[in-house]
Every structure is written in C-alpha cells, then in structure tokens.
Design a protein around this ligand. Sequence first.
Ligand code: ZN
Length: 342
Amino acid sequence: MVSGLLVISPMALTNQPPTNININNNIYIYSISMNNNSYRYQLERYRGRGSRYTCPQCHRKQSFTRYIDTYNNNIYINDNVGKCNRLDKCGYHYTPKQYFTDNPWKSEGWLVGQSHRENNQQTTPKPQPTTITPLPRWFMERTLDGDSTYRRWLCRTYGTQEAHRICQDYHVGGCDDHVIFWQVDIKGRVRTGKIMAYDEATGRRCKGEGAVIDWVHASMRREGLLPEGWELTQCLYGEHLLSERPSSRVAVVEAYKTAHVGAILMPWMVWVAVDSMSGLTAERLRPLKGRDVVLFPDEGKGYQMWSEKIAAIAAEVGFSYRISSFMEGRESGADIADLISN
Ligand SMILES: [Zn+2]
C-alpha cells in the first residue's frame, strides 16, 4: 500500500525540500504541517511596535500578534491570522489550522495529500492519454460547502432547492465569500476554477475594489504548488454534464452565470459556457461532436463574432447548430441571463 511513489511524487509535485516530507504512513503532509503549528507556524516575536497590529475583532491598535510561516521567509499567513493580546477582554485567536481549514486552496501541501490518496488506490500510475494534468478532485470537493455572495443571490432569486441543484450539478464552490466556478471536463478531470466576486443583491459581478478575479491554478502557481511546465487547458464550463445527458440538446453561452440561469429556466437543455467571447474555438467545442447545439451569444460584438466563427468550427468538430435570435435587437452587451431572469 505504501510505496516509494508516496515520497517521490509529493516532492516532484511541489518541489518541497525532503525535510518537509516525512511521510512514513497514512498521514497527509498538509495535516502534518497543520498539526505542527508550533514548528512551522509561529506567533511573530516582538520586534517593536511595528510587529504588533490592530486586532480584527476589538480593533485595539498594536495588540495583535500575527502568525508567520517559518518555512516560507516568515511571511504572514493572512492579516487576520493571529492572536489578540487582550486575552480576557477580547480573546480573538485565529490559528493557521483554522485558516487553512476555512481556505483549503491556500494550504500548502494539499496537492501532496492528493497524490498520496491516489497512490493508495493504485500502485502503478495510469498512463495519461493526453498531456493534461488535472487538479486534485478532492480539493475541489473541499470547496463545495463554501458559501458565497453568488450562491446566496442564486438562492434568493430562484429558491434554495433550485440553487442547490445548480450548485451540485455544476460543482459551484465558495471561498472567502467568493464563488469558484470549477471547470470539469467530460472525463471528470478538474482543469481549474475561476474565482469571482458578485454583488449579493443584484447578482452582478463586482467591479473595482473587491472584485477579485483569480484562477485556482494561478493561485497554485504563485504558491509553487504546480509541477514545472504545468499548462492550463481550459474546457467548457459544464462539460462534465454532457456525458450524463448524451441525447440532450446543448446550449452554449459565454458566461458561467448565464449557464446557471439557463439551466434553471430551460432545464431540457445542457447549458455550457465558454468563459469568454473568444473562448468559442474548435478545441473547446470538441466534446460537442455529434450533438445538437444552440448558441446564445451576447448581444453586440459577441453575436457578430460567434456568427462569423461557428460555421467553420461546427464543420471541423462535427455538430449541427443554430444561433438563437433571442438576443437580436437587445441592448448591446446584454446576455440571455439579463433577459430571462428579470
Ligand atoms: Zn482583540
């Protein structure tokens, strides 16, 4: 059960020095590092007033000590991860362990946990038919209980039951109140996740400050958690649903939210999104081979671009299609979600 792979692959995947990887048995490295807070994560030593901060709970200045990561240049884990010095009056204490439980995608070593788990299930690595290296599925699953402003908007607008169904079908995750739209391909491989901020009241994307748009793979790359040379290959958003409903008509839209709204209001079609106007390519649409496809481009530029491109793509991939005229004459830039959800 425990093989050499266990030790080799974590190192290969994360480039961690061997000292960090002390796995002899069924323990994930990330739980090792979380439990070993006393070694790796420490409260910052007092180095004058500059090393004490305003407490996020009681807001007292210079009474908050943050945790540092001693394995990583003593950087702070997060501004709010630390301990208030006013033990009786405030008592705020947010530990690294709690933080990484709340924000699993920020926890170093989760990739190691994945490879460990895979190695338990199979002793020989499966040959990859393509060069696609998926992200760990269990990691996505850990975010699926996460709440987000987007999810609350979905609940309020369409009811808890429908919202729940959509979030399950599409693997909608949450982290720090941001929504994570996971791209899972037709073979169930997790390609990446798009992290976005929405206004809870309007269901519109936040703009300006606070509108954090990030990708899970980009975040992992910054943390050094991806193997060298790892390249993103996006897939259709909702692509995994195609194999579950092989004979349903397929609706193609640009935005993830539009796919959700469509799936709620016209559930007889499988709704997939291409992420951006320029995401309509033969490569991305390859899984639509043999399907009956309706495109719902956004009004304006999107409509024009898709109309020009689709004939060649459909011929190359091999699917029948029509472009919905639903959006014609609508406000420029509007999408079907704007119309059918109002
Ligand atoms: Zn405090």
